[in-house]
Design a protein around this ligand. Structure first.
Ligand code: WT7
Length: 652
């Protein structure tokens, strides 16, 4: 059996400590407190989570038991009852938060709406009545296909209020994808809009829904929000305007209580076989994980104005726009459109305009800002910011330093948060008032999380070698199953190591450094095999991105008769850089210098753009196929822009 561990070639070691000023005001400001709480959370998890559940959540009926763990199935807070929407809204009424902004919304055309907690509660109550009048009851599935507008948040919370299970479908998905998701979960109701704004154009959402519901026998009603005023066809007896349903609905709503394990939502995430997986999250444990992590990782204060650039269609939007944030009484800023509309400085403009204090975005966005040029940033003050976050992919140290310097002005801690749709909430992240950060590392586990880096036998590998990232204890916000496919749930997440049915496999490769910090080196399926070494994609890519001409890079292996596999990299250049043979040679030498000659790419290809998922992750699977000269097979419906693939193939 060949050694399956992963060789690490990264040499990043810079350390950034939180300032005394940040520490002094932080929700958690001492290493000793982190160590004590963490130790308790993993050594006596039931005691820890019992206390948190009592402190953090509003219960209608107390639970009898904290955890029942029969791998791969966990149940948390058994016998308890609560209402998740009440935990996000009603609990703030009659307190100082009542008239505080829950949502500040800016549309792409520049329209702004502020909605207080009291107003949001009223909206949600009305929609809950509308649902009930339509015959939506606890357990029914509701599909939400909306732009990033307040109605999306209202719709999610109204579902939670009546116990309906929402499935939010990102507005960039096609009619075909909507149809598949609706049919998989048998949704009765769809909530959509006439359209949404994207780069100055209207995305015709209702038209996509019309096409989708031609083949979804379970859908009885479609509620349509008027957003753009574009022409739509309304089918008599099925389609109703949100506003028409709205008129006359009562302003208050008595919420029923539901079991801790009542399903809250299904969120589809792309599977490697093409069929999306319906990740199921339930009520109490999910909410607790989202709420506690939001409080500590984002160091939330009453005065914060927090901006998360992720769409509500992704788990980030669920946990850190809606549930984790509103349950903490935070003010959340949401933006409908593209980051470069009308100009590439839209985010920085909005941060100054609304005095936003926290920004949570993704490495793919940060690399795009770097590519567009510093001048778009430098014309704004950004002095309201106090904390920055990153999520979605490993952040290249170069991008981290840019974020730290240009956006955070060296003043704001960066929390690089590792988690997954499946984990429900942040699992590995710095705590901003405690942890010294290192560019590219998610650092240490959050409370209750026991990550390990292991070999194929599930034995921990030595520090600084890479292996598979696993989680060895259940946690409250973990997924409960895959909707309608419990076998796949078990196979996918709990079958990696024979004899260890309690170990959750993340699918990621990682290493722990000498300080115990975690580094994600890429997906296990993408690991490169060069000259007999297994190397994670992230390290090679980060070495390329640290060259001043490079904006973005993707590394893949290509079958090679002599070497077994040769290393092929795709590189996007920064604005104004010119592709040339000399530059290729420079890049090869640069990688050699940064991480050693074993990782020098055999082939370098310049690309105008890289194929990405709609959530911004590079699709290396497609690049592998292009690199080996084959046709692009498998599911491409999650691809954001097919023309990128066509361009790469044409130039081949
Ligand atoms: C995968 C999960 C979690 C919300 C958004 C993505 C990668 C995510 C990080 C990070 C390195 C990261 C992993 C993970 N990932 N965050 N901070 N550092 N990698 O959710 O679509 O379910 O993707 O994204 O590969 O497994 P998702």
């Amino acid at each position: 059996m060949p050694d399956q561990t992963i060789t690490s070639v990264s040499r990043e070691h810079r350390k950034f400590r939180p300032s005394a000023e940040f520490k002094a005001q932080a929700n958690l400001g001492s290493e000793a407190a982190y160590k004590r709480l963490y130790a308790e959370s993993v050594n006596s998890p039931e005691k820890f989570w019992d206390r948190q559940a009592k402190e953090q959540l509003v219960w209608r009926k107390p639970y009898k038991k904290v955890l029942k763990w029969k791998p791969p199935h966990a149940e948390w807070f058994l016998g308890g009852k609560l209402n998740v929407a009440e935990n996000c809204l009603d609990r703030h009424l009659g307190t100082a938060r009542e008239n505080k902004a829950a949502l500040i919304f800016e549309g792409e055309p520049g329209d702004v709406r502020t909605i207080t907690y009291k107003q949001l509660h009223l909206h949600v109550c009305r929609l809950a009545h509308i649902f009930e009048n339509m015959g939506i009851t606890a357990g029914d599935r509701v599909a939400i296909y909306l732009p990033m507008i307040p109605e999306a948040v209202i719709a999610m919370l109204a579902c939670a209020r009546v116990g309906a299970v929402h499935t939010v479908i990102f507005g960039g998905f096609s009619a075909e994808s909507i149809k598949d998701r609706i049919n998989d979960c048998k949704a009765k109701l769809v909530i959509t809009a006439d359209g949404g704004w994207r780069r100055g154009k209207v995305i015709e959402l209702k038209a996509n829904v019309d096409k989708a519901v031609e083949n979804t026998p379970t859908v009885q009603t479609v509620i349509v929000v008027k957003r753009c005023g574009n022409a739509v066809t309304m089918r008599e007896g099925r389609d109703v305007w949100w506003k028409d349903a709205w008129d006359g609905a009562p302003n208050s709503h008595k919420a029923k209580a539901f079991d801790s394990e009542h399903p809250l939502f299904i969120l589809y995430t792309s599977g490697s076989t093409g069929k999306p997986k319906g990740v199921l999250h339930t009520s109490a444990g999910y909410l607790l994980g989202a709420k506690l992590s939001a409080h500590y990782v984002f160091d939330l204060k009453e005065t914060d104005r927090y901006f998360c650039s992720a769409d509500i269609g992704w788990i980030t939007g669920h946990s850190y726009v809606v549930y984790g944030m509103l349950s903490n009484g935070a003010t959340v800023f949401i933006y409908e459109g593209a980051p470069n509309q009308p100009e590439p400085d839209r985010f920085w403009q909005m941060i100054d305009r609304h005095s936003l204090t926290i920004l949570y975005t993704a490495p793919t966005a940060i690399r795009a800002f770097m590519r567009w040029g510093d001048n778009y940033v430098l014309r704004h003050r950004l002095d309201s910011l106090r904390l920055l976050g990153s999520v979605g992919e490993p952040i290249n140290p170069e991008a981290w330093m840019w974020y730290h310097t240009l956006i955070g002005k060296k003043r704001c801690p960066i929390v690089d948060t590792w988690w997954q749709t499946e984990t429900g909430s942040i699992m590995i992240s710095p705590l901003p008032g405690v942890t010294a950060t290192t560019p590219g590392s998610g650092t240490r586990p959050f409370f209750g999380v026991v990550p390990k880096v292991v070999d194929d036998k599930c034995v921990e590998v030595p520090r600084n070698s890479g292996g598979k990232l696993v989680i060895t204890q259940p946690w409250p916000s973990m997924l409960r199953t895959l909707w309608g496919d419990d076998d796949r749930y078990q196979r996918q997440y709990f079958s990696e190591f024979p004899g260890r049915p309690e170990v959750y496999f993340t699918g990621d490769g990682a290493r722990q450094d000498k300080d115990g910090y975690f580094w994600i080196v890429g997906r296990i399926d993408d690991v490169l095999n060069v000259s007999g070494h297994r190397i994670g994609t992230a390290e090679v890519e980060s070495a390329l991105v640290s060259h001043p001409s490079v904006a973005e890079a993707a590394a893949v292996g290509r079958p090679d008769e002599l070497k077994g596999q040769s290393l092929c990299v795709f590189v996007t250049l920064k604005a104004g850089q010119i592709a040339s043979e000399q530059l290729k040679e420079q890049l090869r030498n640069h990688v050699g210098k940064e991480i050693g000659s074993l990782a020098k790419p055999d082939t370098i290809r310049f690309a105008a753009g890289l194929p990405k998922t709609r959530s911004g992750k590079i699709m290396r699977r497609i690049l592998k196929e292009i690199a080996s000269g084959g046709e692009v097979k498998g599911d491409t419906t999650t691809l954001e822009d097919f023309s990128v693939v066509a361009a790469l193939q044409a130039e081949d």
